[in-house]
Design a protein around this ligand. Structure first.
Ligand SMILES: [Zn+2]
Length: 95
């Protein structure tokens, strides 16, 4: 089951990413508060959207910017999630 508002953690050997509201974000930095700053992966589309989550990646604190491209479709979402490691208990393929 994939909910559009769910925060899915998708990690590869090279990076940690999350999918939120059908957009994928790459981990950029961790604030001193522990909160994590994520930037949209579509940088080559000049997309400047970003989100901030809590340190546990349980919820999104802040969403900023406008995406310059369409969201992932359900097929792409499923692919992103199925190719990731199971880091999140909410990740549907981990059950
Ligand atoms: Zn974007």
């Amino acid at each position: 089951m994939i909910s559009s508002s769910q925060l899915e953690v998708v990690a590869s050997k090279r990076s940690t990413a999350v999918i939120y509201e059908r957009f994928k974000y790459i981990k950029q930095k961790v604030y001193s508060s522990g909160d994590i700053f994520w930037k949209c992966i579509m940088r080559n589309m000049k997309c400047s959207a970003f989100i901030t989550t809590d340190s546990e990646m349980n919820y999104v604190r802040k969403v900023s910017g406008q995406h310059s491209h369409p969201a992932l479709d359900p097929k792409e979402m499923a692919f992103e999630i199925s190719t990731s490691f199971c880091l999140s208990p909410s990740n549907s393929v981990c059950r």
